[in-house]
Design a protein around this ligand. Structure first.
Ligand code: ADP
Length: 161
């Protein structure tokens, strides 16, 4: 990258519920770091929805995962995604695409967000090995007591599951 033309770091906001943050999300962040200087992981908080894991737990788990990586920051936000991006100085939204269904949804979101603030969305295809991983499947499995550890990132420095 020509830093003389882009003195400001290229920052992307990766927004989602991350309830929980999965290996699929981790893969998008890790690959996004090849494109962007900084990634802000934004946990969208909806006052009306409680969620499965408390937001503070989701945030702590993601922070532990990227502890020591100054290029990754984790925030909570309860405003429009475009507003959260503006506050964080992010000129791009990072998203992952697993399927045609995701693609249609993401296209609508990208259009709405571009119309709202001119922000561009950058979509990365899921790796085939993660294309069937979703937070909702993890929650469903957990509700039946199944082992979900293979869907969750390993925290560096912690013994593997
Ligand atoms: P939301 O609740 O807004 O759908 P998620 O936390 O489920 O948010 O996902 C945030 C982003 O991560 C979305 O762009 C979604 O498509 C992407 N994503 C989720 N799971 C995966 C996966 N397994 N591989 C790649 N991208 C994914």
């Amino acid at each position: 990258m020509n830093t003389t033309q882009h003195p400001q770091p290229r920052t992307a906001l990766f927004a989602g519920s991350f309830d929980p943050f999965t290996v699929g999300h981790q893969s998008i962040v890790d690959r996004g770091l090849e494109i962007f200087d900084r990634i802000v992981i934004g946990i969208g908080v909806n006052a009306g929805k409680k969620g499965w894991l408390p937001v503070a737990d989701r945030k702590r788990a993601i922070e532990q995962l990227y502890a020591g990586n100054p290029r990754v920051k984790v925030i909570e936000f309860d405003c429009l995604t475009t507003e959260a991006a503006r506050r964080e100085g992010a000129r791009f939204l990072l998203r992952g695409v697993r399927s045609v269904a995701d693609f249609e949804y993401e296209r609508t979101l990208a259009d709405i967000n571009r119309n709202l603030s001119g922000i561009e969305s950058v979509l990365i295809y899921a790796l085939p090995c993660y294309a069937s991983v979703s937070s909702s499947v993890v929650r469903e499995l957990a509700s039946y007591g199944a082992d979900i550890s293979s869907y969750l990132p390993s925290i560096p420095g912690k013994p593997d599951r």
